[in-house]
Design a protein around this ligand. Sequence first.
Ligand SMILES: Nc1ncnc2c1ncn2[C@@H]1O[C@H](COP(=O)(O)OP(=O)(O)OP(=O)(O)O)[C@@H](O)[C@H]1O
Ligand SMILES: [Mg+2]
Length: 468
Amino acid sequence: MADFSSLGLSDWLVKQCKQLGINKPTPVQENCMPPILEGRDCMGCAKTGSGKTAAFVLPVVQKLSEDPYGIFCLVLTPTRSLAYQIAEQFRVLGKPLGLRDCIIVGGMDMVSQALELSNQPHVVVATPGRLADHIRSSDTFSMSKIQFLILDEADRLLEQGCTDFTKDLETILATLPAKRQTLLFSATLTDTLHELKNIAMNKPFFWESKSETRTVEELDQRYILTPEKVKDAYLVHLIQTFTDEHDDWSIIIFTNTCKDCQVLTMMLREFNFPTISLHSMMKQKQRFANLAKFKASVFKILVATDVAARGLDIPTVQVVINHNTPGLPKIYIHRVGRTARAGRNGVSITLVTQYDIHLVHSIEGQIQTKLKEYPVEEKEVLKILTQVNVTRREIEIKLESTDFDEKKEINKRKQLILEGKDPDLEAKRKAELEKIRSQKKKQKHGQLKKKLIKRKQLKKKKAAQATA
Ligand SMILES: Nc1ncnc2c1ncn2[C@@H]1O[C@H](COP(=O)(O)OP(=O)(O)OP(=O)(O)O)[C@@H](O)[C@H]1O
Ligand SMILES: [Mg+2]
């Protein structure tokens, strides 16, 4: 097996890796680093927790040491917390170089970010929205000489979903030089290969880890079939069991919505579990603080939405619980990939209702692995069922009296303003559409009623004729 020196890294960088416990290259590093160091574009698809970050950070730091200038490298990533994590890897590995990084994400002060950008950092790690805002609003920095453009979680950046990065990416790409190296990484690249090839135009080197399954072998993947109403009781029971049996285990629970995330956090706290949350309706500083407390094991349980599904590397996470079955296999792969990283073991448990069984089949089809049933003492769950459900209801009522939904509304308005739309006009438009829809519904209902009456009359008539 190759070592880092034979892959082309300088001695000082190999030493730096050793200090971090990175001794032997993982397959994605062994295969992707040489072509990157040769100057080629690269697309790397390897399982979660397999060391993709170092596979791009190390060659960039090596090349930067040979010709240091700013801005040398731009890394784009879909979430803010991931931007912090990647910047940290650059900072630690590039310490002997005096590498200067700059994090450009939403929710933080724009003026100080602009100042940092104008100081020509070597590496900029950014989420697309905020970086595009800087490009649109200022001309005090230039990225026209960058050597590397990196898209971590590239498929997410290019897919069109609730957060659509397309417009921001266009703005950013327009400021970058055509002559550059483009590196794209993710655990789920294959679905978006076509779009990716448009960005990495320089005959990219494509590497995908060869494996029959798309999740790691060290992950024990389980499910629990449960009626919707019993889900929370199962959750409380599972957490009680894990915390009773393992002092040092951290758990991530994924939920579907910010509100559910908030409700579950408050509910688990009522049961005295050290729980903290992470979702997009929290202020950035709060998100950052919560994640730091979870990483430091001050809180052992993190309830999160999919903002935490990709990329986060927290070694103490032993269990991932999917409170809802993910609608897309891709999301499942990233969520459960928060445990069993870098060769460690881990367990994932997905709570499945009768309406989600088809989702499980499609997940199993994609990952080429069958989920196994997780054995639970149902009697124990039923014992706590009423208490859990009453606690949840109480919390829901408490939350209704706070401004949680109001905040959601304010966030929505802010998003519309950022998209260049007038929130009041949009609300009017929505109300009008709703009116038209309900009128059409009424019309249809009326027509249906008329038809039914006619049918009834006809039947009566026929019946009368028959008796006559
Ligand atoms: N060569 C190596 N030897 C040992 N550990 C490594 C090596 N390379 C990276 N690691 C460690 O493995 C862990 C996972 O790495 P990383 O976060 O880069 O995974 P990833 O492939 O990007 O996963 P994801 O798809 O979830 O983003 C990190 O803690 C990292 O320090
Ligand atoms: Mg990663």
